[in-house]
Every structure is written in C-alpha cells, then in structure tokens.
Design a protein around this ligand. Structure first.
Ligand SMILES: C[S@@+](CC[C@H](N)C(=O)[O-])C[C@H]1O[C@@H](n2cnc3c(N)ncnc32)[C@H](O)[C@@H]1O
Length: 206
C-alpha cells in the first residue's frame, strides 16, 4: 500500500482492487481513508474470508464491469500473471480510472524464483513440465495451472506495454520488494527478468 500512498493521497478516494479476492487489502486502504471496492473472477476466492463484503463485484479484469473514468485509483496485486491476456487487463484498468487518477499494477515475473508459484523452481525447465511434475509428485494438480491460471509474464512485456499505451504517464517502473539502491536492475535486459521477482508499474491517467 505504501507504493500507492507515495503517489496519491488516499483520503476520500475511490479505489478498485482488481483480483482482490476477499479483500485482503480492504482494511489497509480503508484506514488510509479510501472507499474500497474489489472485483474478482472467482466466487470461491471472494468468499475466502467468510461473508462476501459489500462493495465486492464478480467480474473479470479483462472486461471490467465499470464505466470509463470511474475510480480514482485502480489497484492490482499479483493478478496479471493469472490472466491469459494481461495487457488487456492493464488497458482496462487505465480505462476505468479517472483522468489524473493512479493505476497500480504489480505482478510476479515468470523468470523470477517464484515465477512458477508452487511449481517453482521447476518452471525454469518449462511451465508445462513443471505442472506435470507437480501433479506426479503431489498426486493432484497445482492450484496455479500453467497455461490455464498461470502465465509467463516478463519485465520486457511490461516495458513494451507501458511505452505503447497512450492513455497514461508512467510514474514508476520498479521492483516491488527491492531496496531503492537495487532498482537499477530493472533496466538491464536478462538480469531484470531473473532478479526482479515482482514488478510494479504505476501510471497516472492523462
Ligand atoms: C494470487 S491472487 C492475488 C490476490 C490479492 N490481489 C493479493 O495480492 O494477495 C490472484 C487473484 O486473481 C484473481 N483472478 C484470476 N483471474 C482473474 C480475472 N480474469 N479477473 C479478476 N480476477 C482474477 C483470482 O481469483 C485471485 O483472487
């Protein structure tokens, strides 16, 4: 949340958490003064904390059920790698954000140590192989199934999309968890894919 509040005051702002599950970040954003809404494609995830809270919507990040320019902040943490058209979801997030509003996108990088999620580190030998190996060892499929609910997303793709899109200015492009002195790594091809782990892209809508 610090990443977001660094770029915008949350007091009195409307925030949509895309792929927010049951609303893990609800309390943090509310205590910062934001009005919090969550949208998720999986009804099972939405009820993960018990009762589904008011302000929760069932829908896909790739086709957000909201009008253009609807929210002040559109937030998404660790969701892009779970959708088959991640940059369409990014476009959708920008679309529903008001001009001057902030879009926060963070995702787990495929070539990082946890790119394969519970199938790591075998994903380095290929996502399908890692999935098969997991099923054999554990006797059941992983929760995050490569090619179905887990996809290969890279720093390079994020950079290309950020530069291609015309609707927002990029105000941060950095590793989510690294200290400030290590941020330069995100600009070095190859090294950035292996070392970044989780990339944050923050944009301000024009
Ligand atoms: C790893 S969880 C992240 C949850 C939370 N944002 C966090 O950072 O802890 C991924 C979430 O994305 C949701 N999701 C997957 N595909 C989606 C889609 N097309 N649209 C919206 N949410 C989706 C899943 O249901 C799940 O709740």
């Amino acid at each position: 949340m610090g990443h977001v509040s660094h770029h915008t005051d949350l007091e009195g702002r409307t925030l949509l958490d895309v792929g927010g599950g049951p609303g893990y970040f609800r309390d943090a954003f509310r205590s910062a003064g934001a009005t919090y809404f969550s949208v998720d494609a999986d009804a099972g995830e939405l009820s993960g904390l018990g009762e589904i809270a008011p302000g929760t919507v069932l829908g896909s990040g790739m086709q957000l059920p909201f009008r253009d320019d609807a929210v002040d902040v559109c937030y998404s943490s660790n969701v892009l790698e779970h959708v088959d058209d991640p940059w369409r979801m990014a476009e959708e997030m920008v679309r529903i954000t008001k001009p001057g509003g902030v879009v926060f996108i963070s995702y787990t990088l495929w070539y990082g140590p946890w790119g394969g999620h519970e199938t790591s580190p075998w994903h380095f030998l290929g996502g399908r192989r890692a999935r098969r190996r997991y099923a054999k060892v554990h006797g059941h499929e992983p929760k995050n199934k490569f090619g179905e609910s887990l996809f290969k997303v890279t720093v390079r793709q994020g950079r290309r999309w950020s530069r291609r899109q015309q609707s927002a200015d990029v105000i941060a492009f950095e590793p989510r968890y690294h200290p400030g002195w290590a941020r330069w790594t995100v600009h070095v091809p190859l090294i950035r894919e292996l070392s970044t782990w989780n990339l944050v892209i923050i944009l301000r809508k024009r």
